[in-house]
Design a protein. Structure first.
Length: 75
């Protein structure tokens, strides 16, 4: 699994404090789940004033890519 984590870290290039925490590969379903998180207490810049502040509200979200391998056709 380390090779898979290394591959996604190189492809996604998460910048600190963001980090890949887990990858799940479900071959039968054709699903790869990449979990990205940050350490508790991490600071982020305010989008309005630029001041760095701690995150106070987080929620797990799922993003689904619209292109699936079974829908891609060779040309």
């Amino acid at each position: 699994m380390e090779a898979l984590e290394s591959l996604f870290a190189k492809a996604l290039k998460p910048e600190p404090p963001w980090m890949i925490t887990k990858i799940e590969f479900h071959e039968a379903e054709g699903v790869i789940r990449v979990f990205i998180d940050f350490p508790r207490g991490s600071m982020f810049p305010c989008l309005v004033c630029g001041k760095h502040m701690k995150a106070y509200d987080t929620a797990e979200k799922e993003w689904r890519h619209l292109i699936r391998s079974d829908t891609v056709r060779g040309r």
